[in-house]
Design a protein around this ligand. Structure first.
Ligand code: FES
Length: 106
Protein backbone atom coordinates (compact mmCIF):
# COMPACT_ATOMS: atom_id res chain seq x y z
CA UNK A 1 0.00 0.00 0.00
CA UNK A 2 1.90 3.03 -1.26
CA UNK A 3 0.79 6.38 0.01
CA UNK A 4 1.60 9.45 -2.07
CA UNK A 5 1.98 12.85 -0.44
CA UNK A 6 -0.52 15.14 -2.18
CA UNK A 7 -0.91 18.51 -0.47
CA UNK A 8 -1.44 20.24 2.87
CA UNK A 9 -4.89 19.64 4.37
CA UNK A 10 -5.33 23.40 4.44
CA UNK A 11 -5.45 23.46 0.62
CA UNK A 12 -8.75 21.57 0.65
CA UNK A 13 -11.63 23.99 1.20
CA UNK A 14 -13.40 23.40 4.50
CA UNK A 15 -16.60 21.47 3.78
CA UNK A 16 -15.52 21.27 0.15
CA UNK A 17 -13.37 19.50 -2.39
CA UNK A 18 -10.15 19.92 -4.33
CA UNK A 19 -9.49 18.20 -7.65
CA UNK A 20 -5.97 16.79 -8.02
CA UNK A 21 -4.15 14.30 -10.23
CA UNK A 22 -2.29 11.45 -8.59
CA UNK A 23 -0.26 9.26 -10.93
CA UNK A 24 -2.53 10.29 -13.85
CA UNK A 25 -5.68 9.47 -11.88
CA UNK A 26 -8.12 12.34 -11.24
CA UNK A 27 -8.94 12.40 -7.54
CA UNK A 28 -11.34 14.56 -5.55
CA UNK A 29 -9.99 15.29 -2.08
CA UNK A 30 -12.86 16.14 0.23
CA UNK A 31 -12.80 17.76 3.65
CA UNK A 32 -16.02 17.48 5.62
CA UNK A 33 -17.40 19.98 8.09
CA UNK A 34 -16.14 17.62 10.83
CA UNK A 35 -12.62 17.87 9.41
CA UNK A 36 -12.45 14.33 8.00
CA UNK A 37 -10.59 13.91 4.72
CA UNK A 38 -11.71 11.53 1.97
CA UNK A 39 -10.51 10.75 -1.54
CA UNK A 40 -12.74 9.51 -4.34
CA UNK A 41 -12.30 9.28 -8.09
CA UNK A 42 -13.00 12.72 -9.51
CA UNK A 43 -15.05 11.53 -12.50
CA UNK A 44 -18.76 10.99 -11.97
CA UNK A 45 -19.85 7.43 -12.84
CA UNK A 46 -22.82 8.78 -14.82
CA UNK A 47 -21.00 11.09 -17.25
CA UNK A 48 -17.53 12.53 -17.43
CA UNK A 49 -17.75 15.54 -15.19
CA UNK A 50 -15.66 16.51 -12.23
CA UNK A 51 -17.17 15.66 -8.83
CA UNK A 52 -14.78 18.02 -7.07
CA UNK A 53 -16.81 20.92 -8.49
CA UNK A 54 -19.87 19.75 -6.56
CA UNK A 55 -21.24 20.40 -3.10
CA UNK A 56 -20.19 18.41 -0.03
CA UNK A 57 -22.83 17.58 2.60
CA UNK A 58 -24.15 14.73 4.77
CA UNK A 59 -21.08 12.61 4.11
CA UNK A 60 -21.54 12.82 0.37
CA UNK A 61 -20.33 14.78 -2.63
CA UNK A 62 -22.99 15.84 -5.09
CA UNK A 63 -22.46 15.75 -8.84
CA UNK A 64 -23.25 19.26 -10.06
CA UNK A 65 -24.60 18.08 -13.42
CA UNK A 66 -27.52 15.78 -12.56
CA UNK A 67 -27.48 15.75 -8.77
CA UNK A 68 -26.42 12.23 -7.82
CA UNK A 69 -24.71 12.19 -4.43
CA UNK A 70 -21.86 9.77 -3.75
CA UNK A 71 -21.16 8.39 -0.29
CA UNK A 72 -17.63 9.48 0.64
CA UNK A 73 -16.90 6.21 2.45
CA UNK A 74 -18.27 3.69 -0.04
CA UNK A 75 -18.33 5.68 -3.28
CA UNK A 76 -21.87 4.45 -3.88
CA UNK A 77 -24.49 6.78 -5.32
CA UNK A 78 -27.31 7.54 -2.89
CA UNK A 79 -29.73 8.74 -5.55
CA UNK A 80 -30.20 8.51 -9.32
CA UNK A 81 -29.37 8.98 -12.11
CA UNK A 82 -25.95 7.47 -11.30
CA UNK A 83 -26.11 3.76 -10.50
CA UNK A 84 -22.43 2.81 -10.36
CA UNK A 85 -20.04 3.69 -7.53
CA UNK A 86 -16.93 5.78 -7.91
CA UNK A 87 -13.64 4.42 -6.61
CA UNK A 88 -12.62 5.42 -3.10
CA UNK A 89 -9.03 5.65 -1.91
CA UNK A 90 -7.28 5.36 1.42
CA UNK A 91 -6.27 8.63 3.02
CA UNK A 92 -4.01 9.49 5.91
CA UNK A 93 -3.05 12.84 7.33
CA UNK A 94 0.38 13.32 8.85
CA UNK A 95 1.86 16.58 10.07
CA UNK A 96 -0.86 18.50 8.25
CA UNK A 97 -0.25 16.83 4.88
CA UNK A 98 -2.64 14.56 3.00
CA UNK A 99 -1.40 11.19 1.72
CA UNK A 100 -3.47 9.02 -0.64
CA UNK A 101 -3.07 5.41 -1.69
CA UNK A 102 -4.59 4.54 -5.04
CA UNK A 103 -4.73 0.87 -4.06
CA UNK A 104 -8.26 -0.47 -3.81
CA UNK A 105 -10.11 -0.20 -0.51
CA UNK A 106 -11.19 -3.82 -0.86
S1 FES B 1 -22.99 13.42 -14.70
FE1 FES B 1 -23.02 13.09 -12.57
S2 FES B 1 -25.07 12.54 -12.14
FE2 FES B 1 -25.03 12.82 -14.30
Amino acid sequence: MTFVKVCPVAEIPADGALGVEIEDTPVALVRTAAGEVYAVNDICSHAEVSLSEGEVYNGTIECWLHGSCFDLRSGKPTNPPATQPVATYRVKVEDGDVYVSLGSED
